[in-house]
Design a protein around this ligand. Structure first.
Ligand SMILES: [Mn+2]
Length: 277
């Protein structure tokens, strides 16, 4: 690969540590981001956030604008969801990351959230990338489900070129011929992104596997491969979740994930003091 195609994010140009609401991603410490797939209600979000915090997560995730595969499924609470994220994030002391679907939503999302997520379906939406770049907020960029590593890095380059160096890459599984897992976690891709690029890389084992019973094992593989963090879906009652019910972890399962991740992280020389909390 010609890394000269993305000079601003290539490894040659150094190492970037991205700070989200006081939490550093890409430094010596492994970061756990957790929360529900979608914000459904104040009670559901509060229970998710408390479970995340208890398991050692230091950033809260949750969808307010949902890019669903079907237009007939739950589309999210919109601005009401953003306001809940801000309130519960402040209440639990967790900075918040949530997705913006279109350029016009960026100012609204930036007003409520500590970081803006660009989802897999929008990884190559250039106007959205540039708007996120101009937002002044850190950006969590998810890999497109059929994007090559080079296309992924070029999308990140687009954000940095728009004036925002604070980009975190997220490997969330790619589409392959197998349909047993929702996607295929590209573990080799995580290691490659760390070598090719200067940006922090995290993994999303929830969307990569789509199956609750596989999420923790996939998380362990990602950490062993050099991921700087994990973003994991958790819900107080996963089976009744309004989106991604098959892959969200219960609070107890999230705690188990965190404990097992801590041991693998130690084995590969990563600090997890936040996760040990
Ligand atoms: Mn989800």
């Amino acid at each position: 690969m010609n890394t000269g195609a993305f000079p601003l994010v290539a490894r040659d140009s150094g190492t970037t540590i991205v700070e989200i609401g006081g939490v550093e991603i890409g430094g010596p410490e492994l970061v756990l981001i957790a929360g529900p797939c979608s914000v459904e209600s104040e009670e559901q979000l509060r229970a998710s956030a408390r479970a995340a915090r208890a398991a050692g997560a230091t950033i809260l995730r949750g969808g307010a604008f949902k890019p669903r595969t079907s237009p007939y499924t739950f589309q999210g609470l919109g601005e009401e969801g953003l306001a809940l994220l801000r309130r519960i994030g402040d209440e639990t002391g967790l900075p918040v990351v949530t997705e913006a679907l279109e350029p016009g939503q960026i100012p609204l999302v930036a007003a409520y959230a500590d970081a803006i997520q660009i989802g897999s379906r929008n990884m190559q939406a250039a106007t959205l990338l540039r708007a996120a770049g101009a937002s002044g907020r850190p950006v969590l960029l998810k890999r497109g489900m059929a994007a090559t590593l080079e296309e992924f890095l070029l999308a990140a380059e687009t954000i940095v070129l728009a004036g925002n160096e604070r980009v975190v890459l997220c490997e969330r599984g790619i589409r392959t011929f197998d349909s047993y897992t929702r996607n295929c976690l590209d573990v080799g891709g995580i290691a490659a992104l760390k070598r090719l690029g200067r940006l922090p890389v995290i993994a999303d084992p929830s969307h990569a596997t789509g199956r609750r019973e596989l999420v923790t094992d996939a998380a362990l593989a990602a950490v062993a491969a050099g991921a700087d963090g994990l973003i994991v879906e958790t819900h107080p009652h996963p089976t009744s979740a309004r989106s991604d019910a098959d892959q969200q972890l219960s609070p107890a399962e999230l705690t188990d994930l965190s404990e097992r991740v801590r041991r693998v992280a130690a084995a590969v020389g990563r600090r997890t003091s936040a996760i040990e909390r």
